[in-house]
Design a protein around this ligand. Structure first.
Ligand SMILES: CCCCCCCCCCCCCC(=O)SCCNC(=O)CCNC(=O)[C@H](O)C(C)(C)COP(=O)(O)OP(=O)(O)OC[C@H]1O[C@@H](n2cnc3c(N)ncnc32)[C@H](O)[C@@H]1OP(=O)(O)O
Length: 449
């Protein structure tokens, strides 16, 4: 693609933004990493070294007891204090989304930023079993302003054949003015202390940055839904030898969805879809195991954040698919104030259930066909919801449809990490050259926000 330098810069910025949901955008392109010994903080933590050969998968340190965990946090510098952010209090909920909206993403041009909503946090941080004290904040003593945040939510993981009582860590954020002051290690230690108090010793987290040591690495992919808006906002350029009309035509989706029986999921579907999803997820090596209550919360509780659909014909539900919405605010643009972004979430299909081997050629070909239609339909739904781009990762069975459905590979990678658990690498859906691996696909079945 050739474009003028200004446009190229903007496009690059957008792709990074799209990929960011995690991590330091300046380091998104893969494998820059320091030597293990240079990770001053991480080398002191129970995490694998880059060169560890794992024979037995399991906890790294299993000798700790919750009774021995300190009752008090580590001290902070004098002008700061620890707090528990009470997300049931609208003002404190606002504090979190202001901190994240203004600081979670680096955007040097200040042209766009994430637009988290209260509903998004209620949905993602207040699922069944959530604990107030796992929403950890740092405030300035003088003004009470929230300047740092990290969260844990409970999760049961399955790593290969082992179930692990765990937490998922997310939304680590430090105010821009307090960066590079080593506050991150203190926040991580504090959330660890609070989680350990509950006798939980493992965690799952993702980051764009490379830390010791990724269990899996996936790549972002982006599917323009409204090419002309992306172009008008100045975020995407016109490739050489292509006209606007050609680009619009390339990304234009059919008017209507194609799958017979596709409809929004309802409460009455829960039992069937829960079973279908569990069966589908059994093919992956790293998943979150939902209880039925968690399943309902995740897929049905938030109408404007997560969208869930089923395919039902003759009373049989054959497929399930979901995506969530996390828009950007577009700053200083006369025509557009928001960029709608959809993220592919969990899905399941019975297309290859008759083949016990996930990689059976016939089964794979049936699944590929089914997913191509289903995800194309989901892109249509997302477009109808005024989303402008649809994002997916190379996890799950996504490599089967990413190229076919014109998802462009992003320059962002997302690393999956397990805390205090050693594990052999898990496929992230990428070949050696970082293209999408349509044969081996990914064995990562968990989708992190
Ligand atoms: C059992 C329970 C366990 C619970 C805990 C499990 C672990 C959870 C782990 C957290 C999972 C979070 C999942 C998400 O939410 S990933 C999303 C992270 N957030 C953002 O990217 C938002 C914008 N950025 C920021 O707010 C800051 O730049 C952050 C906070 C990211 C770093 O702030 P800053 O730039 O001011 O750095 P520092 O001087 O304070 O600290 C420097 C140290 O921090 C290490 N660092 C840098 N970035 C990350 C990162 N994303 N995960 C883990 N560690 C990170 C770095 O290697 C260095 O350590 P070492 O190289 O010397 O060793």
């Amino acid at each position: 693609m050739s474009q003028d330098p200004e446009q190229a810069k903007k496009l690059e910025a957008l792709l990074k933004m799209l990929a960011i949901s995690k991590g330091d955008t300046s380091k998104l392109t893969q494998p820059q990493r320091k030597q293990f010994e240079e990770y001053k903080f991480w080398k002191t933590q129970p995490v694998s070294r880059f060169d560890d050969k794992v024979d037995d998968e399991g906890p790294i340190n299993s000798s700790q007891r919750s009774e021995d965990v300190p009752d008090e946090p580590l001290p902070l510098l004098d002008e700061f204090q620890w707090c528990t952010v009470d997300l049931t209090d609208p003002e404190q909920l606002d504090d979190v989304f202001i901190l994240l909206n203004e600081n979670y993403v680096e955007d040097q041009d200040a042209t766009f930023r994430f637009n988290y909503s209260r509903e998004f946090f209620n949905w993602s941080l207040k699922g069944p079993g959530w604990r107030k004290d796992w929403h950890v904040g740092v405030r300035t003593k003088q003004s009470g302003r929230l300047v740092a945040f990290i969260s844990a939510v409970p999760a049961t993981l399955r790593v290969r054949n082992k179930l692990i009582k765990s937490v998922e860590i997310n939304f680590l954020c430090i105010h821009k003015k307090l960066r590079a002051k080593r506050l991150t290690p203190i926040l991580i230690k504090e959330v660890t202390r609070r989680v350990n108090k509950q006798d939980i010793w493992q965690a799952l987290y993702t980051a764009g940055v490379v830390l010791p040591s990724p269990t899996a690495t996936c790549r972002y992919a982006h599917r323009p839904l409204n090419w002309s808006k992306l172009y008008e906002v100045g975020f995407t350029g016109l490739p050489a030898n292509a006209s606007k009309t050609q680009m619009i035509a390339k990304y234009t989706l059919p008017k209507e969805t194609d799958t017979a029986g596709l409809r929004p999921m309802e409460e009455k579907d829960v039992d069937k879809v829960f079973e279908l999803l569990n069966k589908y997820q059994s093919r992956f090596d790293l998943i979150q195991v939902f209880t039925k209550e968690e399943f309902k919360h995740v897929f049905l509780s938030s109408k404007n954040v997560v969208y869930s659909y089923v395919v039902e014909n003759n009373g049989i539900i054959t497929d399930f698919v979901s995506f969530y919405s996390l828009p950007f605010t577009v700053l200083n643009n006369p025509n557009y104030r928001e960029l709608g972004i959809g993220y592919l979430f969990y899905y399941a299909s019975d297309a290859d259930f008759e083949y016990p081997d996930r990689f059976h050629p016939e089964g794979s070909s049936k699944l590929r066909k089914r997913l191509n239609r289903l995800i194309s339909d989901v892109c249509i739904k997302a477009r109808d919801l005024k989303m402008d781009v649809f994002n997916a990762m190379s996890c799950q069975d996504n490599s089967l449809f990413l190229d076919d459905l014109k998802f462009g590979p992003g320059d962002g990678f997302l690393n999956f990490y397990l805390f205090n658990y050693k594990v052999r690498p898990i496929a992230g859906g990428l070949r050696k050259d970082n293209s999408f691996d349509t044969e081996k696909r990914s064995s990562v079945g968990v989708v992190m926000l």
